[in-house]
Design a protein around this ligand. Structure first.
Ligand code: ADP
Ligand code: MG
Length: 363
């Protein structure tokens, strides 16, 4: 299996540059997930690695060897798309065997590889079926199985589960996690817009935005220590609450001064008296907010509406006194509060995030 190295990769379509110098080192055996808003260049990046598009400038290395000019079929890469593109008139076995037959592989080797890959993806009982007699999840497993039979150095997945309904998505995600465990040396690059897929599958997540990389890190690094406001809001659901104001000091005690409201902040290494008067954004994730009694409340607000999701409740709030911000508290269990009701909130100081006026995290 192989490492993949991207160095100053740029891609233009005509005069429009859509990737602006991508640097990324992917280790052999790593599972790397690309996330980012629609149109930010994730699919284009995969297509450049696969050789389906030409790299405008920069260097792609696969296993330490420059690969910019290697034809797609010789890169040792298999790509799985959102649409599974199975041949309807072929059985599952034939679909999985077809590429190997085209490559002139011996019959018994084809048979061995198809059966092994079918076993990994729990498709053994379906080998004689036609795609029309399979569920969406099973079809996508066949498409993945077809990639596995080719024994590629690198797997590329472009939103492979987004055509599936919620239940099949979960089941197929677990199959992909199992596949990774059974093929620990395979390098996998996986594009998704699904938070749960990204957090559960990735060794590392790469956050793309408008053709550049915002941050690279393990799922927990991105969740706990987002480098900037974009990553802070992109990772996590519902997105991080952001309170805006300026940093004030009363002696050594810092607080965020919002229009008419104030939020006491912890004294510590991050907020220094020298920063007093500067604009500041304070972030707190909805799942880190708790209800409190009025006396110990850090913030209070009025309930705009509550989403009862069974195991948890999302309270959408208007924070008191002029700070015109949407604020969400994600509370465990069912919480019985009515629209318009006043609620009191608290959170632990170590869950707060601070950003400067440019959206860069303070640390
Ligand atoms: P993503 O997969 O992150 O949603 P894409 O990589 O598909 O984004 O697209 C990135 C940008 O490149 C978009 O602005 C898209 O319109 C543009 N783009 C992609 N493919 C082509 C193409 N073949 N010709 C012109 N523009 C393209
Ligand atoms: Mg895409």
């Amino acid at each position: 299996m192989a490492s993949v190295s991207l160095s100053s990769i740029r891609k233009s379509f005509g005069t429009v540059e859509v990737l602006h110098g991508i640097d990324l080192e992917i280790e052999k055996g790593e599972f790397v997930v690309f996330v980012g808003p629609s149109g930010c260049g994730k699919s284009t990046m995969l297509r450049l690695i696969a050789g389906l598009e030409e790299i405008t400038s920069g260097t792609l290395q696969i296993d330490g060897e420059k690969a910019n000019d290697i034809p797609p079929g010789e890169r040792g890469i298999a790509m799985v798309f959102q649409s599974y593109a199975l041949y309807p008139h072929m059985t599952v076995f034939q679909n999985m065997a077809f590429g190997l037959e085209m490559a002139g592989m011996a019959r018994d080797e084809i048979d061995r590889r198809v059966r092994k890959s079918a076993h990994m993806l729990q498709l053994t009982d379906y080998l004689e079926r036609y795609p029309r007699n399979l569920s969406g999840g099973q079809r996508q497993r066949v498409a993945i199985g077809r990639a596995v039979t080719r024994d590629p150095k690198v797997f590329l997945f472009d939103e492979p589960l987004s055509n599936l309904d919620a239940a099949l998505r979960v089941a197929t995600r677990i199959e992909i996690a199992n596949l990774k465990e059974q093929m620990p040396d395979s390098t996998m690059i996986y594009v998704t817009h699904d938070q749960v897929e990204a957090m559960t599958l990735a060794d590392r997540i790469v956050v793309f935005n408008s053709g550049h990389i915002e941050q690279i890190g393990t799922p927990l690094e991105l969740y706990d220590r987002p480098r900037n406001l974009f990553v802070a809001k992109f990772i996590g659901s519902p997105e991080m609450n952001i309170l805006q104001g300026s940093l004030k000091m009363e002696g050594a005690a810092p607080f965020l001064k919002m229009d008419e409201a104030a939020l006491q902040l912890p004294q510590g290494a991050i907020l220094k008296p020298s920063m007093a008067g500067r604009p500041l954004m304070v972030g707190i994730r909805p799942e880190h907010v708790r209800l409190s009694d009025p006396a110990s409340a850090r913030l209070s607000g009025k309930v705009l509406f509550s989403e009862k999701l069974g195991e948890l409740t999302n309270l959408h709030l208007a924070i008191d006194k002029g700070a015109e911000v949407a604020f969400i508290a994600k509370l465990p269990d069912l919480v019985d509060v009515r629209r318009g009701e006043q609620v009191h909130l608290t959170f632990n100081d170590d869950k707060l995030h601070y950003f400067d006026a440019d959206g860069l995290a303070l640390s």
